[in-house]
Design a protein around this ligand. Sequence first.
Ligand SMILES: C[S@@+](CC[C@H](N)C(=O)[O-])C[C@H]1O[C@@H](n2cnc3c(N)ncnc32)[C@H](O)[C@@H]1O
Length: 311
Amino acid sequence: MLQNFFVLSGEQIELAKDEIISISKSYDSNTEHESESRLVITKSNASFEKIVKRAAFVKVAGNISSVFDDVNKIELEIPRPDAFACRTINLSSKKVDGVALEREAGAILKKKWSSKVSLSNPSLTVYLILTDTKRYIGYSDMPVEPKRPEKIFKYPHELEWKLARCMVNLSSLREGQTLCDPFCGTGTILLEAESMGIHSVGIDFDEKMCNISEKNLVQNGYESRIINSSFDYIQKIKDDIDAVVTDVPYGTASRSSASPKKLIQDFISILPKKKRLVMVYKKGMDIDELGKAKKYEVYRHKSLTRVIAVR
Ligand SMILES: C[S@@+](CC[C@H](N)C(=O)[O-])C[C@H]1O[C@@H](n2cnc3c(N)ncnc32)[C@H](O)[C@@H]1O
């Protein structure tokens, strides 16, 4: 079983932790995890490479090799790299001379491996990760660079891509499964899903938004189905989808008389109960039907705090 580490970027910490855990569990339901500060450690058969390609809020990730007390006694039993660099990540509450630590570790590993030290182009980076309770040695030969879709057609009030991506990941879907966004707007959620190999179906009652979504998807070579209809069309395709991930309207649309809260109620009432729902809405529009959902608040600006609910 692999032990992986993920250092979070620092945005939306709770969401970010759960995102890592959801992705890991989608590949290995027996994934175990622990976290401290901005560090998440998983024990899982899912490799960190798979997870880091998807996660929205990860800064650095890799394998954990061991824990250490004394840097002079570090052990790293992996094949010799051509060139390596050591990096300190201090997540503890104490000040640490990170450069000195990197130099000490670097000297020991250079002797052991007879490899070059290259800070600009290492084939392997060794991480010395310090928290208040432990010191870990981790390593990675892969930069954190998720494959991102291009979005050429934009529109006001679209969802930020990181939230959209994180929401797709909280649905615990894997490549080849299908999600539906029944309020798809410009297609932000659909694009993020497709970029991770998850099929997507979009619905929007506004033809203009459907056209924008379609163009954004075609631009990236994705073949999602876009349906110009009201959200209740989802009942007709419920057997073809594995989860619903969506960003519901925040105000009353000009062509609809329903209040946003009523619209959410109507929407939830027709959803297939057994399928995972990840929904973002404006704080204050909570409805009883979402009582058991796990909720995360995301502050945007003083008049907009969003809630992401996962049910
Ligand atoms: C908050 S926006 C979604 C924005 C989208 N996440 C994005 O990033 O572009 C909500 C969308 O729901 C659509 N909409 C509103 N009422 C609807 C209904 N009854 N059925 C389907 N779509 C609806 C609107 O046209 C709008 O595009």
